[in-house]
Design a protein around this ligand. Structure first.
Ligand SMILES: Nc1nc2c(c(=O)[nH]1)N[C@H]1C(S)=C(S)[C@@H](COP(=O)(O)O)O[C@H]1N2
Ligand SMILES: [Mo]
Length: 320
């Protein structure tokens, strides 16, 4: 725990803290050195984006017009080179390192309190699911945002496939654990694997989405290929990447960031401009790829769809 305190600059707050300016530059350099080493190894010869993905033929999928933006889409080149994926480093330039991730074969385990526990192959899952494109805003707890065209399917469809039993109240999501591929997972002060959780009600809300593609193509690895969660009314850390397991449970899951720093990162993590992070304001956000700052919206602008989920939860810390 001592180590954690010393390493507090690695928490998601870096962007909003003064030391970030210094550390990020240093970390960018470290990232470049890492990329060079990778390029010299057998693994590094694989091109960054061009690797054939067996699901490539499924995209682009048709856009669901129900989900509208109030801003421009973030350019692909910007969004795909500024990522949070601590498995590959605690800086934003992880996209070269993330190319080491092997995304086939890939299975997703559905287990716990369900009628249909199963281990489903990603390509079988893709063939069963109704794929669509949705334009969503994304708001990181570090007070930056982007707007992204995700492809994928409603999380409610995955819930249906699993068939939750009456005792199931929460979904617990888990990312892969492969320290030989993901160098960040060698850092033992983090509680790997990355874990996130939702209530069953949140998971079946129309907005909750499993992304398998973005920008009209399969997910690039740095976005959390081959499948990641997208909950646009919550801070970005809820959107767990590269999911290998979804467990249905009666216990509220303790998420990765909550385990590290429960005073700053909670279970609900709904966006609210009026509830500051312990170390910075959440009132506005920097729009990635621009000089623009915008006022942050309650539930990131998705109040109409999700406010009802929380009406009986007055005692809960809904906004951290
Ligand atoms: N497994 C895993 N999932 C993760 C993270 C991570 O470090 N590991 N970072 C989260 C955070 S803080 C954010 S803001 C988003 C970033 O998604 P993006 O890189 O696709 O923009 O992923 C989330 N999902
Ligand atoms: Mo984030």
């Amino acid at each position: 725990m001592n180590i954690l305190k010393k390493r507090s600059w690695e928490l998601p707050g870096r962007d909003a803290t003064p030391e970030h300016v210094f550390l990020n530059r240093r970390q960018i350099l470290a990232g470049m050195i890492g990329g060079g080493v990778l390029a010299g190894s057998g693994l590094g010869v694989r091109p960054a984006f061009a690797e054939e993905d067996p699901s490539a033929g499924l995209y682009p999928v048709s856009r669901n017009p129900a989900f509208k933006l109030d801003r421009e889409l973030t350019a692909e080149d910007i969004a795909s080179k500024y990522n949070n994926f601590y498995e590959f480093g605690s800086h934003k330039q992880i996209w070269p390192a993330a190319q080491k991730l092997q995304i086939r074969p890939w299975t997703v385990t559905l287990d716990g309190l369900v009628d249909n526990p199963q281990i489903v192959d990603i390509d079988t899952l893709l063939s069963k699911m109704p794929l669509e494109e949705r334009l969503y805003r994304h708001r990181c707890v570090e007070a930056w945002s982007m707007a992204v065209p995700w492809s994928g399917f409603p999380l409610a469809e995955l819930v249906k496939l699993a068939g939750p039993q009456s005792g199931a109240k929460y979904l617990r999501f888990e990312t892969f654990l492969e320290p030989s591929v993901a160098n960040g997972q060698k850092q033992s002060w983090y509680p790997w694997p990355y874990v996130e959780g939702l209530t069953l009600d949140e998971a079946t809300n129309e907005l909750a989405f499993m992304a398998t593609g973005v920008y009209g193509k399969p997910l690039a690895k740095q976005f959390g290929a081959p499948i990641r969660l997208v909950t646009p009314w919550k801070y970005g850390f809820k959107c767990i990447k590269s999911v290998v397991r979804v467990s249905f449970t009666d216990q509220r899951p303790v998420s990765f960031w909550e385990e590290i720093q429960p005073k700053e990162y909670g279970f609900w993590a709904n966006v609210n401009p009026e509830v500051p992070h312990r170390r910075w304001s959440q009132a506005s956000e920097k729009i990635l790829g621009t000089d623009e700052r915008r006022d942050t919206l309650l539930y990131n602008g998705y109040q109409e769809q999700v406010a009802g989920l929380y009406k009986d939860l007055g005692g809960e810390n809904l906004f951290m």
